[in-house]
Design a binder for this molecule. Structure first.
Ligand code: NDP
Length: 795
């Protein structure tokens, strides 16, 4: 026999990992687990459920179902512990997190075995990926705790954080959430998934031994109702959630207007793009890692295989050969490539989606292999002849099912890749650097792997675009998710006098005495246009003087403005220098007319001329600030543990709706629109409802500026009505709302359709004259999203 024949015929022998320690740990908790609250485990509750092994159905443990009282107790413990934990300081917390990392490392094998038993994932993955990466997060964030006072001097902790994690990476998701939250001085109540609570409970036990102060970390177990109770809890300041887009939407709706900050890490349908000049052997291994890692139950799994037409047949036949070599079997066998799905429900869901795919015309390939019986096993599956609009090409399957399609040109690859409501990750394979890196900025995804896939590191941000959620986990950007600017503490709720100020009422037909009739139009696509409803609104100065009418914009006008903004997409690709120049020039043109604007502000807002002059002068300065920032707010080059780099690229959000407050009509508008434009966004602005004339006066300044038509659009009218259309619009990517508290609630509640990001003030007035509150990196962070691009190099 030749060596190659030996290789072809060789089979794996059994290589089981010992489960002795894990079984001993479970036996020590044979009476069941309670919740971990205020540094101790509660007695196991009578309300309990069974946790079983998905690979065999065998019983593992009794787990308590938390009641509302348990959730209250956990939140109260976290609330009580938070001030001292914050006061401990960065170094104190760094030492605690370091101790946690060390103790996890000392129990790494126990964690890995327990995870594989509870989840069904192969030991090879829990041992080599999940657990080491979880440990790495605690080391990494111990570092950020150490550096907190110097690196985040203008920030403070959010407070008590409610964290809800899914079952696909139980300990790793816990680490992604707990490590940054604790590092930066917050306290935590975490709910693990009902199906996989064991490693969270072991973790709690070990943190007790590591000396983490009581109440800093609390763990409550149970089903979705426990998560919902955490979300609804008034004493929780932030929710960090990983799971389905559907539940993410519910959470956004439930938290609307509460002031709770929110991180949502949701589903995906990530493309895996193979160009014909790719290293095909590497790309085939990439596919294996992209879709069969963790049985495909990965939010960023490369589920849509897009192969360039010329190599498609060859690629698919090589892939099928590779699939025959995959080993599906017992999770604790060290030679298992694929273990069990998480549950019978998930297995049924995967089967149903594959059946749907076949009904819609797909062809199914599954390699001949011995699929174990008695558990939730499903073989690696390839669907070909899939139409881009087919259910299996659009819906998240969350199982080991790959759908394959072809493309002809790079443009077509980008179009197909972006043809998804999700935007979590993408993988691009080509040996031509220009081609691969040229595609990267065009892909709507938060993480992109070039000639690699499914790489993660604590120092590199992770998170989605579009309906894959918002917020980032990992690295410096992950820190900001658990911090808030100290300047927010200084803000006061808007005074009722201002909130109740008279607003425009339906127009009377006559112009104010002594004036030539003048009715300001809307500013859309770089032109002044009449409102769709052909209606106008009368308005009054602070002293009750009748001012000229303004256009009464409606839903249609907002839609037209959004279309104009969409058509101005080239602004997002314009160089930072070009955007800076446009803002400086705008400032120049405004400053030329500063006397006129100052007297208009004085007349309309009922302030002194000096106050008017100050507002104009601050507005000019603010434009200069963002002209300055335009080419200075940049990304980073991370050095993760690969031979290569990960680029954190700052990208615009796209089209952003901006609702301005009533006060400081010029300065507030500039303070909100300028950072967005500086970062390449296009904006649709609803100016001060009370004094819109200041914005309509700006039209002529905008006309003489260098801003391309559609970059800024201004629609006057009833703020509530216009905001509703903006918040519901699926092509608006984010919404910024400052003004009455109810507008913030409305914006957050209505933004769930396409899960747009919101930046709102909950009715707390910003001091627009104070740059610490009204200008700078906080606004730039809100105006951008980070795309992390992994680029390995070397042979
Ligand atoms: P869910 O979104 O339902 O669960 C995620 C977490 O949220 C779990 O801890 C869950 O609790 C909890 N939860 C459930 N309902 C609520 C609620 N109303 N309020 C607050 N928390 C809640 O995902 P599933 O586990 O049901 O999986 C369903 C689908 O979601 C999968 O098929 C997959 O497509 C997708 N998914 C995506 C993940 C990702 O990483 N993006 C991860 C997991 C699933 P419990 O589990 O105890 O019910």
């Amino acid at each position: 026999m030749s060596v190659s024949t030996y290789f072809d015929t060789m089979d794996y022998g059994p290589a089981p990992e010992s489960e002795k320690d894990a079984r001993a740990w479970l036996a020590a908790h044979a009476n069941g687990f309670g919740h971990y609250i205020n540094g101790v485990f509660t007695a196991p509750s009578a309300q309990r459920f069974e946790d079983n092994e998905p690979a065999s159905g065998k019983f593992l443990a009794h787990i308590s179902q938390a009641s509302d009282t348990d959730v209250d107790a956990a939140v109260e413990a976290a609330r009580q512990a938070q001030p001292a934990w914050e006061a401990l300081g960065g170094h104190g917390r760094a030492r605690c997190l370091y101790a946690v990392a060390r103790i996890m490392q000392r129990h790494a094998r126990l964690f890995a075995v327990l995870e594989s038993l509870d989840n069904g994932k192969p030991l090879r993955e829990s041992r080599d990926i999940d657990i080491p990466l979880a440990v790495r997060h605690f080391y990494h964030y111990a570092g950020w705790a150490q550096l907190q006072e110097s690196e985040f001097a203008d920030q403070m902790p959010v407070g008590v954080v409610g964290q809800i994690v899914p079952w696909n990476f139980p300990l790793l998701m816990l680490a992604w959430k707990i490590a940054p939250a604790l590092a930066l001085g917050n306290t935590v109540v975490l709910k693990p998934a009902e199906l996989t609570p064991l490693t969270a409970l072991l973790f709690a036990e070990l943190t007790q031994q590591a000396g983490l102060p009581a109440g800093v970390l609390n763990i409550v177990t149970g089903d979705g109702r426990v998560g919902a109770a955490l979300v609804a809890h008034e004493q929780v300041n932030k929710i960090a959630f990983t799971g389905s887009t559907e539940v993410g939407r519910q959470i956004r709706e439930k938290t609307a207007g509460t002031g709770k900050s929110l991180t949502l890490e949701l589903g995906g349908k990530s493309p895996f793009i193979v160009f014909e000049d790719a290293d095909l052997d590497a790309a085939i291994e990439g596919v294996v890692d992209a879709i069969w890692f963790n049985q495909g139950q990965v939010c960023c799994a490369g589920t849509r295989l897009l192969v360039q037409e010329g190599i498609y047949e060859q690629f698919i036949s090589r892939l099928k050969l590779r699939m025959q070599k995959l080993n599906i079997g017992a999770p604790l066998d060290k030679s298992t490539d694929m273990g069990s799905l998480i549950s019978a429900t998930q297995l049924e869901r995967v089967k149903a989606l594959v059946a749907q795919g076949l009904r819609e015309g797909a062809e199914c390939y599954q390699a001949a292999m011995d699929v174990p019986v008695g558990g939730c096993f499903y073989p690696p599956t390839l669907l070909t002849k899939v139409h881009p609009g087919a259910t299996v090409a659009m819906e998240e399957i969350f199982g080991p099912v790959l759908v394959a399609m072809t493309f002809r040109t790079p443009d077509e690859a980008v179009l197909m890749a972006n043809n998804s409501r999700y935007g979590l990750a993408a993988s691009v394979w080509s040996e031509t650097i220009g081609l691969a890196l040229g595609v990267v900025p065009q892909l709507k995804a938060g993480v992109i792997w070039v000639n690699t896939t499914n790489q993660f590191d604590a120092g590199v941000g992770f998170g989605g675009y579009r309906e894959s959620g918002y917020g980032r986990e990992g690295g410096r950007e992950g820190c900001y998710e658990y911090l808030k600017p100290k300047s927010k503490k200084m803000r006061q709720l808007r005074t009722p006098a201002l909130a109740a100020a008279p607003v425009a009422v339906a127009a009377a037909s006559l112009p104010p005495a002594g004036l030539i009739d003048r009715t300001a139009k809307l500013y859309v696509g770089g032109k002044q246009v009449r409102p769709d409803g052909e209606a106008s609104l009368a308005s009054f100065s602070a002293t009750g003087e009748r001012l000229e009418d303004v256009a009464h914009g409606n839903r249609k006008d907002i839609r037209n403005a959004v279309t104009a903004a969409l058509n101005a997409a080239s602004w997002s690709q314009a160089s930072a220098h070009r955007r800076a120049q446009a803002l400086y020039y705008l400032a120049e043109n405004l400053s030329i007319r500063s006397a006129e604007f100052a007297s208009r502000i004085a007349q309309i807002c009922g302030v002194s001329l000096e106050a008017g002059q100050r507002e104009v002068s601050e507005s000019v300065q603010r434009l200069f600030s963002y002209g300055a920032w335009a080419d200075k707010y940049e990304g980073a080059v991370h050095v993760p543990p690969i031979t290569g780099v990960a680029l954190a690229m700052v990208e615009s959000l796209g089209v952003v709706g901006v609702v301005c407050p009533e006060e400081s009509p010029l300065l507030a508008l500039i303070s909100l629109a300028a950072p967005l434009m500086a970062m390449g966004n296009r904006v649709v602005v609803v100016p001060s409802e009370r004094w819109p004339q200041i914005a309509t006066d700006l039209y002529q300044v905008l006309d003489t500026s260098d801003l391309p038509g559609g970059v800024i659009n201004i629609v006057t009218g009833n703020a509530r009505e216009l905001l509703t259309t903006l918040a519901e619009h699926d092509e608006v990517d984010a919404i910024w709302v400052h003004g009455q508290a109810e507008y913030s609630t409305l914006a957050e509640r209505l933004s769930t359709g396409n899960l747009k990001r919101s930046f709102v003030d909950y009715g707390y007035a910003t001091d627009w004259y104070n740059p610490a509150q009204a200008e700078g990196p906080e606004y730039l962070r809100q105006a951008t999203q980070l795309k992390n691009v992994w680029i390995p190099y070397g042979e």
